[in-house]
Design a protein around this ligand. Structure first.
Ligand code: FE2
Length: 305
């Protein structure tokens, strides 16, 4: 296997015409962000207005309004704030379909094997939100989904800022290739590798966990490590304070694409972002050795999924 190129920076790569190019795949896998200063697909003003007026569910369980493409279903909105749920669903569906069609144009090799995950709308101002540490968006973290284990496949997300005037401000830091060698062991990588099926407690409770439908039993060692790593980074004040940081301001009506399990990211401010997630098979990467699971397996010398 080739040794990976370890990139110690996150770059914003601005793209005019979306065309499938080998360099785009490589840029993403190495932890860069593809940026489109104007959203490169139709998103009618009417839909933007409707979404911005849709409040957030009063239930604190939901951070976002979610759209599940496979079921054509919207969750997480406050029925009191949405006069016509059918219109909200149509707007989320339209965004999801166009975002996916655009990803097919830009990254067809990924899309051929990708699993379509959820889309979401983030209606709250991110600055000054009062959330528990694990849920804070303004602390650097890599993404891991508690309810949808990837077993080593990767989380690719496309975001669109639909605030009429304000940028969405992100902080990022050095990607997994540079991050994991510094922190993965301290975050419990060898423990995760030693217990490929999880701890006995996790397995017993996981098997009977009604809320998550026994998801613990579907988690690989990789999934468990990444869930822990998400929390570890958020709670690690030394990392948060001292790591190298790259700030990006995404202007109104811009769209960007990034592997959020490769690039540590935090949202400092901004309101009204749309997002579509796809799970990219690591078999379809330009360089498989860039996948976080491969980076971690090289570090611990054991299979993680
Ligand atoms: Fe995230």
């Amino acid at each position: 296997m080739r040794e990976p190129v370890i990139i110690k920076a996150v770059e914003l790569i601005t793209i005019g015409e979306p065309q499938p190019r080998e360099e785009h795949y490589l840029a993403l896998e190495r932890g860069n962000i593809l940026h489109f200063p104007r959203t490169p697909f139709a998103l009618p003003e009417e839909d933007r207005d409707l979404l911005r007026s849709a409040g957030l569910s009063s239930s604190s369980h939901h951070k976002n309004i979610a759209y599940r493409p496979a079921e054509d279903k919207v969750t997480g909105f406050d029925p009191a704030a949405v006069s016509d749920p059918e219109k909200l669903r149509a707007a989320m569906r339209a965004y999801s379909e166009r975002a996916l069609a655009f990803l097919w144009k830009l990254l067809p090799r990924y899309m051929e094997k990708a699993r379509i995950d959820f889309a979401s709308f983030r209606p709250q101002e991110e600055e000054g939100r009062d959330l528990p540490v694990k849920k804070r968006n303004d602390l650097l973290h890599v993404d891991a989904f508690p309810t949808r284990p990837t077993r080593g496949d990767m989380i690719l997300r496309l975001f669109t800022n639909i605030h009429p005037t304000k940028p969405r401000v992100w902080m990022t830091s050095d990607p997994m290739g540079a991050l994991a060698p510094l922190y993965a062991n301290d975050a419990g990588l060898s423990r995760a590798a030693r217990h490929p099926k999880g701890s006995l407690t996790n397995r017993v409770f996981g098997a009977f966990d009604g809320a998550f439908g026994g998801v613990e039993t579907k988690r690989s060692a990789y999934d468990r490590f990444m869930l822990g790593f998400h929390d570890y980074l958020k709670f690690n004040a030394t990392y948060q304070d001292n790591c190298t940081k790259y700030r990006f301001d995404f202007p109104p009506d811009s769209t960007w694409v990034v592997f959020t399990d490769v690039v540590p990211h935090a949202v400092l401010s901004g309101q009204y972002a749309l997002e579509q997630t796809v799970i990219v098979s690591r078999d379809s990467l330009a360089q498989r050795e860039n996948a976080p699971i491969e980076i971690l397996q090289r570090l611990c010398g054991q299979p993680l999924a």
